[in-house]
Design a protein around this ligand. Structure first.
Ligand SMILES: [Mg+2]
Length: 268
């Protein structure tokens, strides 16, 4: 708890941490207001590359949370950030939604649908997937074994009202079956999103916490980034899962509500 008192940058997972499905937790507004009151900053961190930040702003507004563009750190943004470092001038073949393509275009990348012009492949959580895209990426991976190949997030499934649908990691597995190649994954559990958030805001590792309800994505990315990794038990992790996990959070809380009194101390 001592380390939590010094945290100024709070990187929140959303579903299972601040709300569940379409139900906002009763403490979320107070928590976000308290972070503002202590002069801190919060950001919403998501692996979902099928939705744009604008989509998420609408979703949060529907739940009663006012949010703006700079309050988000998404796997699409982290992908753009990584690609800028080494593949600035590459023409990208994007197997992803129009939202992901728009985000990459906005960041100044050249996109192509012509496999002969492609320098680099980007795989996203593609809710607009079709066989032509699978065919094109298979062709690229099979004929050009060294082509740079990235994927926004390693999740196998994305939860839905009825269960789940295949996410980016599952499509990457399909492509592994044809090419024996795996992409470089970018979203949680990689440390890139928390690192990017720290770089964007100027806060140090000691001043940063990653808060989420999944050990193998949220907590792991926080641990790898050197931030305070907080597990909340308000989502999908049970005590049995926690006990069996090799990755141990720095802090385990019943819910993110418990953060409020700790950080309020600095107001006195
Ligand atoms: Mg979650």
């Amino acid at each position: 708890m001592k380390r939590l008192e010094n945290v100024k940058l709070f990187l929140f997972d959303m579903d299972g941490t601040l709300y569940l499905g379409n139900r906002l937790y009763d403490f979320t507004i107070e928590l976000l207001d308290t972070i503002k009151a202590i002069g801190g900053k919060y950001m919403f961190m998501t692996n979902n590359s099928s939705k744009s930040v604008v989509d998420y702003i609408k979703k949060l507004e529907g739940l009663g949370i006012k949010a703006e563009y700079t309050d988000f750190i998404t796997s699409s943004q982290a992908t753009a950030y990584l690609l800028k470092k080494e593949h600035r001038d590459s023409r990208l073949y994007v197997c992803g939604t129009q939202s992901l393509k728009d985000e990459l275009i906005r960041e100044g990348f050249n996109l192509t649908e012509n496999v002969d012009e492609t320098d680099c492949i980007v795989l996203g959580f593609d809710t607009e997937l079709n066989f032509k895209k699978l065919h094109d990426v298979s062709y690229l991976l099979c004929t050009r074994p060294d082509i740079p190949y990235f994927a926004t997030n390693p999740d196998y499934v994305c939860p839905t009202e009825f269960g789940s649908v295949p996410d980016c990691g599952s499509v990457a597995d399909m492509l592994y079956n044809v090419s024996k190649r795996r992409p470089i994954f970018i979203g949680k559990p990689e440390p890139l999103m928390p690192e990017l958030a720290m770089e964007m805001t100027g806060y140090t590792k000691k001043e940063t916490a990653v808060i989420g309800d999944r050990i193998y994505t949220d907590v792991k990315s926080g641990l790898r980034a050197g931030a305070l990794a907080i597990l909340v038990m308000s989502g999908e992790t049970t005590k049995e899962i926690l006990d069996a996990s090799e990755d141990k959070p720095d802090l385990v809380l019943e819910s993110a509500k418990e953060i409020i009194p700790v950080i309020k101390k600095s107001l006195k």
